[in-house]
Design a protein around this ligand. Structure first.
Ligand code: NI
Ligand code: MN
Length: 228
């Protein structure tokens, strides 16, 4: 299974049987060198919350590819007006898809959907535990540090994708505590250096990790192979 970082909180998962995007903020993402047209062959799009830097290109990619959008019930409802295939879930819910199991996890954040006519209610923000090819990935979405993350230690997470940029989410220090709670094998920092207000040095985050957790700083556009 290949994991590609598209900058900010956007990731592309390419496995033998399924292709998916998480929080596909490509257009207008200053750290993404990609073009949205590259992503037309997508089976699933995961959207953690309604903010523009996560909802991103969901509508255009969903329309073009016919991908199923997995998100909370309120955002699924909102997206149905664009004739997208949506699968609504909610916090704590687990569902078995054809590729593996997905669990929606709590996030401490907002989820309003910005539109030309003002902000629309977007339900509760979330994260996802996604199992593909037997590999378990946790994408935290945007969140502050929560005690709930201690429960994730029971999930045997292989790869945790955690925000470290501060201001809107956890900073590096809080994300290090999150790693102690979650106990993943590997962690990739995200949601930093996209905008000036979330400027951090990811090396500081990685330097403070427990010895048995490998911290992997991914460059935007970089792909890594994850196997069991
Ligand atoms: Ni947000
Ligand atoms: Mn964000």
């Amino acid at each position: 299974m290949k994991l590609k970082y598209l900058g900010h909180s956007a990731f592309y998962i390419d496995s033998a049987n399924v292709k998916m995007l998480i929080d596909p903020f490509i257009t207008g993402n200053p750290t993404s060198g990609e073009h949205v047209d590259h992503y037309y062959n997508i089976d699933y799009i995961f959207v953690t919350h309604g903010h523009g830097d996560h909802l991103g290109d969901t509508v255009s990619i969903g329309k073009k590819s016919g991908a199923t959008v997995v998100t909370n019930f309120e955002i699924a409802n909102y997206l149905s007006q664009f004739q997208l295939n949506c699968h609504g879930m909610h916090i704590g819910g687990r569902h078995k898809f054809d590729f593996g199991t997905v669990k929606m996890t709590p996030a401490l954040h907002g989820s309003g959907i910005q539109t030309d006519h003002g902000m629309i209610y977007g339900g509760n923000p979330a994260g996802f535990v996604i199992e593909v090819d037997g590999v378990k990935i946790y994408h935290a979405g945007d969140t502050g540090l929560t005690m709930d993350m201690q429960l994730l230690a029971r999930e045997n997470i292989d790869n945790a994708l955690l925000p470290i940029g501060g201001n809107f989410t956890m900073d590096s220090e809080d994300a290090q505590i999150a790693v102690e709670f979650i106990k993943p094998k590997m962690v990739v920092p995200m949601h930093y250096n996209t905008f000036e207000i979330i400027t951090v040095n990811p090396e500081d985050f990685v330097a403070g990790l427990p010895e048995n957790v490998s911290g992997r700083i991914m460059k935007s556009g970089e792909t890594i192979e994850i196997s069991l």
